[in-house]
Design a protein around this ligand. Structure first.
Ligand SMILES: NC(=O)c1ccc[n+]([C@@H]2O[C@H](COP(=O)([O-])OP(=O)(O)OC[C@H]3O[C@@H](n4cnc5c(N)ncnc54)[C@H](O)[C@@H]3O)[C@@H](O)[C@H]2O)c1
Length: 462
């Protein structure tokens, strides 16, 4: 691919506006409003040495949390937070009052005061953000609500954390970045797969230089979700609708997040552009016909989302990533998770590794587990046992733990708003590329050049 993708006029103008916005320090114009909220103005934050690249706020202890959306994933976060020191659950919001009541009971049973409930309609989270004294709003709503909830939280002086993907369009990715910058609040996307054992160990191997320079990665979300998408509850109520309106990679971050950390995306390198291709849509329709009958309303639905979408991403330093989205066909689960460097290659699903000079036999994989004694990530070593029996093999607990620890210590978060935007931008960019016969689509540099100087994420610990 010799030709760089060209931006259309509108995107160029928008980027120029953004550059001017920063250059002239117009952000400082928000000073009065921010002072009213008791927040530092951007100028004050900068003066305090808080470059957004390593953005941190003063230590917060305890961390007062409000939850929005307490279905499957929100409830899992609640359970984790009830088992992490320094957290108070102060408010709970869900459109289903019974779900709010269930969480209130859980929190009270754990010995904390009854959190205030909010369930007066789909935008009641705004009232929660305006009314409650909270440090963090944890958002585990359906995808269409991620950006409105995060923006309401940050506008009201709260840090935001959201389930994945953070946003479903490039415009919405920018909105998260600009709101976080304007209000000087954190906005973390909760990419739990960055904290799974093999992903952490792979990152550790990269940081220790064992894989050499990382050149290529392959990742994805390959999960037969047909039953979930047609369920009468949980994600069945909203996720299938997205397959009727978008065609691309709708869920990129579980696979992409961990390999993006290995490639130092936003911290030494950045996504440049992608090309994306979707195959035909058959899986959901065939499933609906089989499960509900030919004449059923489900069988009459029409899907845009190709069953298998494959994107090829190139980074500014010329590294490559193959990223797959495959959720409508029968298959065992995989996130692929392959990281290839100049000295070796690590692969999950199945767990295996090959390191030149260390492999038992040339050209043959070794079992990844054999390397654990030497290369287990210190974070996993320290607290994996506390997450045992909890969500997704313990990685969710470690993710929640790290967010709270970083806030309590006033440290930069492992994943910041630029990661949320860059990793989620694949949704919008892949849909655009698919719609244009797989033409290259630029992935915006949400850091506006800071990726060149941002330090890589180090080896974090407990
Ligand atoms: N990180 C992971 O491993 C993982 C796993 C599953 C789901 N997720 C993500 O978590 C999010 C939620 O998924 P889920 O499986 O928990 O779905 P879910 O449908 O079980 O939960 C969503 C909850 O949000 C509530 N809700 C809907 N609209 C709302 C609104 N306007 N205000 C307040 N509450 C509202 C619903 O009543 C429901 O309780 C999604 O973004 C999904 O992609 C992540």
């Amino acid at each position: 691919m010799s030709e760089r993708p060209k931006m259309d006029r509108k995107s160029e103008d928008r980027l120029a506006e953004r550059r001017d916005f920063l250059k002239t320090g117009i952000l400082a114009g928000a000073g009065t409003a921010l002072a009213g909220l008791g927040l530092p103005t951007p100028a004050e934050a900068r003066a305090a040495g808080q470059a957004r690249s390593r953005f941190a706020v003063k230590p917060i202890d305890p961390v007062r949390v409000g939850f929005v959306g307490v279905g499957g994933m929100g409830s899992a976060h609640v359970q984790n937070y009830l088992n992490i020191d320094g957290v108070q659950i102060k408010a709970v919001c869900d459109i289903v009052p019974e779900k709010v009541a269930r969480i209130q009971k859980l929190v009270a049973a754990a010995g904390q005061p009854n959190p205030t409930g909010y369930s007066a309609g789909p935008t009641d989270f705004v009232r929660m953000c305006e009314t409650e004294e909270l440090d963090l709003v944890m958002n585990a709503t359906p995808w269409e609500w991620h950006v409105p909830v995060c923006v309401a939280a940050m506008k009201n002086g709260k840090h935001a954390a959201t389930e994945v993907p953070a946003a479903m369009s490039l415009e919405d990715c920018w909105q998260l970045v600009e709101t976080a910058e304007k209000y000087q609040r954190h906005c973390q996307m909760m990419e739990n797969c960055c904290y799974d054992r093999i992903e952490l160990m792979t990152l550790n191997l990269v940081r220790l230089g064992v894989l050499g320079e990382v050149m290529h990665a392959e990742a994805g979300y390959l999960h037969d979700l047909r039953e979930v998408k047609f369920s009468k509850e949980g994600e069945g109520l909203w996720r299938r609708a997205w397959a009727q309106k978008l065609n691309g990679n709708l869920y990129p971050t579980h696979g992409l997040g961990p390999v993006a950390q290995c490639l130092n995306i936003n911290r030494g390198d950045a996504f440049d552009y992608l090309v994306s291709m979707s195959g035909p849509a058959r899986g959901l329709h065939e499933y609906a016909v089989r499960q509900f009958g030919d004449g059923s309303p489900q069988a009459k639905e029409r899907y845009l989302l190709g069953d298998v979408n494959t994107s090829l991403i190139r980074t500014r330093l010329g590294k490559t990533i193959i990223l797959v989205h495959d959720t409508n066909l029968p298959r065992p689960y995989s996130r692929i998770n392959l990281v290839q460097g100049t000295q070796g290659i690590a692969h999950k699903y199945p767990d295996r590794i090959y390191i030149e000079g260390k492999a038992a036999k040339p050209h043959q994989w070794d079992d990844f587990g054999a390397f654990a004694a030497a290369y287990e990530h210190p974070l996993w070593r320290a607290i994996a046992s506390r997450g045992e029996g909890r969500g997704h093999g313990g990685m969710d607990y470690i993710e929640d733990y790290r967010l709270i620890l970083s806030l309590r210590h006033g440290e930069p978060l492992d994943q910041d708003v630029y990661d949320a935007a860059a990793w989620s931008a694949i949704v919008g960019a892949s849909c655009q590329s698919v719609a244009r016969n797989s033409r290259p689509v630029e992935i915006p540099d949400f850091t506006r050049g800071l990726w060149k100087t941002n330090p890589p994420l180090g080896i974090v610990t407990a």
